[in-house]
Design a protein around this ligand. Structure first.
Ligand code: ADP
Ligand code: MG
Ligand code: MG
Length: 210
């Protein structure tokens, strides 16, 4: 079936961690331009700890996985992105619950719950030049695809493309949240690091869960 197992979700997180490591310098360089030059090292430290936690204590349910990933990111990453990505995974896991398998519709609804958690915590709106600018169109693309009964692989590919487009769309934006907002007009012309990480998160889903 096209249902998603805890093993599929673990594979997604493993691929995300691999992509973060491969793009660590790029993410930190983006943050050097409009922040404090730590986003790549922050996320790599967090995802390395996530991989260790998943291996040492494999979760049995999506809720358990979300809790483990979310708590690890909150405790290891700090800054803005730790609580925000941590909240995303905590809400995703809570929405997916204790089922051994979830449908594509449930997974899309879970990502939407994760996004809602990020927005509730960080108060960023689309257009503020944050991770929300990549996550919002990605969730919408997946919800639309699975709502039309398209195969999960097609939905994840569309979500990954929407996240990449959302990431690119942050370049001309003026930052209104986070450290980049301190730069005002000088934030214009730079790609948001957190939105870049979200594009990697959705690329990992398309690779690992299709
Ligand atoms: P810090 O800014 O604390 O050093 P990071 O560099 O790890 O944290 O993460 C910066 C990223 O966090 C930004 O590129 C942006 O995408 C995201 N971010 C910052 N503040 C917010 C917010 N209020 N809402 C959503 N995302 C945010
Ligand atoms: Mg930073
Ligand atoms: Mg920092």
């Amino acid at each position: 079936s096209s249902d998603i197992t805890v093993s599929d979700l673990t594979g997604w997180l493993t691929e995300f961690g691999r992509l973060i490591k491969a793009h660590k310098e790029e993410l930190t360089a983006l943050d050097a331009a409009i922040g404090d030059a730590d986003h790549g090292t922050n996320m790599d430290r967090g995802m390395t700890a996530v991989a260790e936690a998943l291996a040492a204590d494999p979760p049995q349910t999506p809720a358990g996985l979300g809790k483990q990933v979310g708590m690890t990111l909150v405790s290891k990453v700090g800054g803005a992105s730790g609580p925000l990505f941590g909240t995303f995974f905590l809400r995703l896991g809570a929405a997916l619950g204790e089922a051994t398998e979830v449908t594509p519709d449930q997974f899309a609804a879970g990502l939407s719950a994760g996004l809602a958690g990020v927005v509730a915590r960080g108060k960023a709106e689309p257009g503020d030049k944050t991770m929300v600018d990549a996550l919002t169109p990605a969730v919408a693309a997946l919800e639309s695809a699975v709502g039309q009964d398209q195969p999960l692989a097609d939905g994840l590919a569309a979500a990954a493309q929407a996240a990449a487009d959302g990431r690119d769309a942050t370049v001309p934006m003026l930052a209104r949240k986070g450290r980049a907002s301190y730069l005002g007009e000088r934030s214009i012309g730079h790609q948001d690091p957190g939105a870049t990480t979200v594009a990697l998160l959705l690329a990992a889903a398309a690779t690992a869960m299709s």
